[in-house]
Write a protein that binds this ligand. Sequence first.
Ligand SMILES: Cc1cc2nc3c(=O)[nH]c(=O)nc-3n(C[C@H](O)[C@H](O)[C@H](O)COP(=O)(O)O)c2cc1C
Length: 326
Amino acid sequence: MAYQFKIKDITIKGKVILAPMAGITSFSYRKFFKNFGVGLTFSEMISDCGLIYNNKKTLDMCYSDGSDAPLAIQLFGGSKESLLKGLEILENSNLRYDILDLNLACPVPKVTKNNGGSSWLKDLDTMEDAVSALVKASKKPVTAKIRLGWEENNVENIAKTLERAGVSFLSIHCRTKKEGYTGEAHYEALANMKNIISIPFGVSGNIFSLEDAIKADKITHADAILVARGGIGNPLLVKNINNYFDGIDDIKTPNIEDQTRYLFEYVDLLVKEIGEKRAVSVLKGIAPKFYSHFSFAKNIRREITGNINSIEDLKNIVATITKNNV
Ligand SMILES: Cc1cc2nc3c(=O)[nH]c(=O)nc-3n(C[C@H](O)[C@H](O)[C@H](O)COP(=O)(O)O)c2cc1C
């Protein structure tokens, strides 16, 4: 049987989860990745204050028509009270989501200086009090995204505290706040996690290849693997990891035509979601990643970032450069 596990009463089909990424995992990105088999998707991090002030951009970031389900909306904020208000607004809206996820991981100063994101990891009593209240108030299962700690690894205490607070799943980025996004991901810090907590958890950090996923799984025995930066421009990574864990002998390396097909599937969804002008700006960052494993990677990145003002421009650049390289 294909691999699956449960977050409370929600079945997660597949080993791979699409990690939340601000500025990237909007509805179209999640829908696109759903076709490659992610078992759960996360919204970008959603500001509780944005919800409280009825900010249109914040509300748009929560949109889903269900085709990216199961979906966790990830809330961030710096106080129990504001998070509870944010949750109340979500619950009273007609937004479609399955899980409330709490961001206890973001290292960005703009967030931590307001006591949000990873700064919750500095005081576990305060964190437990806030998370327990949110679990009590939420009609949907509550999950949390954490790091190993603020400055030092304290992940076992953090995980135990969150389980006690009633959280149903943990996504664990295997770096401290201090380590940001660089250097090794410390999978070994989760080696004992299955003896520490009985809720399921997912491992995050430096998953760029099937080999990385296998290594993270062997060391941590995690229920799920979170694909973040490694999936940008490489959606087949998700399918390959899921196939491996399902025992399906079908691991593919995409060719140029495959990558172009995937890119324009995503482009179509993105344009539908945010219109051509904004899509062009997002694509300057994302489109070149679809070709980063080919010899012309630098050239196509330079052309796309410097010379596209429309989707037509993108199509022309891709057609010209890829034609000369097949
Ligand atoms: C551009 C970017 C935006 C991110 N935004 C979020 C976010 O909104 N919420 C969150 O919990 N993690 C966020 N993350 C962290 C990722 O979910 C993931 O844990 C991290 O990138 C480590 O995985 P990786 O090394 O495989 O990329 C973000 C990461 C990146 C690169």
